[in-house]
Design a protein around this ligand. Structure first.
Ligand code: ASP
Ligand code: MG
Length: 467
């Protein structure tokens, strides 16, 4: 039945019970599809611990990174102990775990021995990827023990990237070649490869990572190169939700989305998917499903191109936090815009993007919105840099303040002003600081004061439920 790529997220590989589900899902699908490729994330929390270990190495705390390595070792060994694997696989896995953690300790020790001002991103990439290398081996061993031919593959052997460490970009031609050489022959021999998500390597073999949550993207890159028919992302939720259930309790599962809708959802804060994974699937018309390992029969959310184009329901609404720079000025504003962009670029590197820029026609108010999703510290550092950059702009009256960005998502939103009117109507009495529409025509973002954010989310979600 063609080729299926299934990615299992951190929470689904973190416990023996979840892994039992993963195993039964793979065994089931393996019989149904001609080719099956598995992509594995690290056990939940492990990547954070790896990155922390690298940081501790940087400040010379051998005790700190060794403690983390020991905790990671204990957690993996305890998990292996609980899995029905048989002596042979168990012993081999334990040796693998020790070897990989030894490699990690080796890197940390080198870092600790060579004082430098800050941790190089190529070092944190080399350490961070160990989590996936551990989990992929565990899944492959489980499959072999269940009579499925399976091999763990390191993403660094097949995903060739540039050297934007921490958020590297795949070099497609070379990745395709590697996949044809290394992965395709396995498929024709009925082997199920279990590929580590999140990691790649430069042409010269330096380990890279493709952004936090990047295992989704790995699945998408492989699917594109191997011409897969479908990609299934397995996690512990039933699918994409119409809004954040922690903020609005009437949130529900979305059954079906177009690629553009899901891309906007991922971009504007639905953390369940890596934002960059959608484009390759859209371009190659590969269907995407989001499914729950604990409810494999539940259809989850499907994303595909066979969607009624005339339909225009409001599907979802998201809320992300950011900050806004408001400048009041009567003259031209280009120098100010340039300066802010430059400061943002310098401050954020590849970490952050200006998500939304809006400027009133009278040239008196400009707001840039940068999401704070990458953490409050980065956000504070960024606002400080913007602050300093702006201080050098003369004759200026401006403020930097926190905001919420509420984004309504639904196909053909741009062609249906009546929906947009209803959205604005629901926000009566709120101070709207900026508005922007996505080029795909399926998102409308509204910038509000933090005090209005959660109410606005609930009001617009009522419209989602009604549509
Ligand atoms: N383990 C990596 C992370 O925590 C990648 C992933 O989970 O997709 O970011
Ligand atoms: Mg994820």
């Amino acid at each position: 039945m063609g080729t299926l790529v299934m990615k299992f997220g951190g929470s689904t590989v973190g416990t023996a019970a979840a892994l039992a589900q993963v195993l039964s899902i793979i065994l089931h699908e393996e019989k149904r599809w001609d080719n099956l490729i598995v992509v594995a994330s690290a056990l939940d929390g492990i990547t954070d611990m790896m990155l922390e270990a690298a940081q501790l190495a940087q400040i010379g705390s051998a005790r700190g990174y060794r403690r983390i390595a020991a905790t990671i070792r204990t957690r993996h060994l305890a998990l292996v102990e609980l899995l029905p694997l048989g002596n042979l696989e168990s012993t081999a896995l334990q040796a693998d775990i020790d070897r990989l953690l030894f490699e990690m300790l080796d890197i940390c020790q080198q870092v600790a021995n060579t004082p430098s001002e800050k941790l190089l991103p190529q070092i944190s990439d080399a350490v961070a990827g160990v989590g996936e290398r551990l989990s992929a081996r565990i899944i492959a061993a489980m499959l072999r023990h269940n009579e499925v031919r399976s091999v763990a593959i390191d993403g660094s052997d097949i995903i060739v990237t540039d050297d934007a460490f921490g958020n590297a970009n795949p070099i497609l031609d070379e990745t395709k070649n590697r996949i044809e050489q290394n992965l395709a022959p396995m498929l024709s021999r009925q082997i199920v490869p279990v590929v580590t998500g999140y990691i790649g390597a430069t042409q010269t073999g330096n380990p890279t990572t493709i952004g936090r949550g990047g295992s989704d993207y790995t699945a998408s890159i492989i699917s594109q190169c191997i011409h897969a028919d479908e990609v299934w992302i397995w996690s512990d939720v039933d699918g994409m939700m119409s809004t954040d259930p922690r903020q609005v309790n009437s949130a529900k599962i979305i059954e079906e989305l177009s690629y553009s809708e899901v891309a906007e959802l991922a971009y504007f804060g639905a953390r369940i998917l890596h934002a960059r994974m959608i484009k390759p699937l859209q371009e190659n018309n590969i269907a995407l499903r989001i499914k729950n390992v604990y409810k494999p029969q539940h259809p989850g959310t499907i994303i595909h191109s066979n969607i009624d184009d005339e339909q225009h329901t409001l599907k979802a609404v998201t809320n992300i936090q950011g900050f806004v720079i408001t400048a009041y000025r009567s003259g031209p504003v280009h120098d100010l815009i340039e300066r802010v962009h430059e400061a943002l670029y310098q401050a954020s590197g590849s970490q952050m993007d200006t998500m939304l820029v809006s400027q009133s026609s009278s040239h008196t108010q400009i707001c840039f919105v940068i999401p704070t999703t990458s953490g409050i510290e980065t956000s504070n550092a960024l606002s400080q840099m913007v602050y300093e950059a702006l201080e050098t702009v003369q004759d200026q009256d401006w403020t930097v303040s926190p905001v919420h960005i509420i984004t309504a998502i639904g196909r053909n939103l741009d062609k249906h002003n009546e929906i947009i009117a209803r959205i604005f109507e629901s926000l009566q009495g709120m101070n709207i600081l900026g508005v922007a529409q996505g080029p795909s025509g399926c998102s409308l973002s509204i910038v509000l004061n933090p005090a209005d954010g959660v109410d606005a989310l609930a009001y617009i979600h009522d419209l989602v439920l009604a549509s």
